[in-house]
Write a protein that binds this ligand. Sequence first.
Ligand code: NDP
Ligand code: OXD
Length: 309
Amino acid sequence: MAIVVIRQDDRIDLWKNALQNADTSVKVYSYLEEHPKEEISMAVIWKHPKGSLADYPNLKCIASAGAGVDYIFEDDTRPKNIPITRIVDPYLASDMSEHVLAVILAHLKNLNIYKLDQVSHVWEPKQYMRIKDVTIGILGLGELGALTASDLSSFNFNVQGWSRSKKDIEGVQTFAGAEEQKEFLNATNILVCLLPLTPATEGILNKELLSQLPKNAFVINVARGGHMVDDDLIALLDSGHLSGACLDVYHTEPLPKSHPFWNHKKVHMTPHYASVSDTNSVIPQIIENYKRLSSGEKLQNLVDSDKGY
Ligand code: NDP
Ligand code: OXD
């Protein structure tokens, strides 16, 4: 049994070394080096090249190095009947919560607009908003959404959240399912998307949904680019229905230079870095699952393949 790390970014050696150092008795390979493919039982992956998982005849587990697993389901050549695990980690959740708080405060206090004004040497005081006067609506109340919601509530924001099944989170008004979505949207001034990308949520941030937000609502997408219908967002920003958007995720990453988001004054962007798996924090759960795989025990942080998250 052995682990292969498959990812196409510059963190592949960091991940390989962190796994190796966490347990020197485990054999860990980078997919870029010569390695015995039939020995590999676990693939620790992040945005792997499509088709690469099919190279391992004895693969028993696909471990996503992040919380999202949409990119795994997009690969039709993946082995279908083995478990998929994902990252559930306190820092991944608290980093996301901190990011969302920072974006919201920057919006309330016009910091992004002032930065643009500074670049153009413009002195123009603007009305700011108060925490008590805005309602934050969070789409998705899972590991990240639930913590973000309760943290925002502890800062005295009015917070509500929407998910597939009903949740009970102190200080947060919760809504569930299609039938409660309209009420949730109608009362949301700042919408935060923390849904997984699945066939049911793809394109959910479209004209129909975003139009149900009150005028001047602000949209934060920190989930996946595939949730957003980019042209619908731009149309609602241009018509004045939405006051702005802050995006961390995009259909294509890095965002192509020609994309209209780059030059849109109401769009604020970060480069898919709201919250990143910290190897120090997350490697132990992967090694634990590797041991469980070896001894035939139930794995932690399993993905439900029927739901796709
Ligand atoms: P979870 O799986 O823990 O939570 C997902 C939530 O979305 C659940 O509350 C679930 O409802 C809800 N949901 C799923 N499908 C639907 C639907 N069709 N209708 C309504 N609600 C739905 O995910 P995490 O919180 O761990 O992560 C969320 C996403 O955040 C990830 O999938 C990833 O795409 C993104 N992410 C982005 C990062 C970044 O840096 N930008 C970093 C990490 C993650 P229920 O509870 O009822 O099942
Ligand atoms: C994740 C991400 O899903 O970084 O973990 O987007």
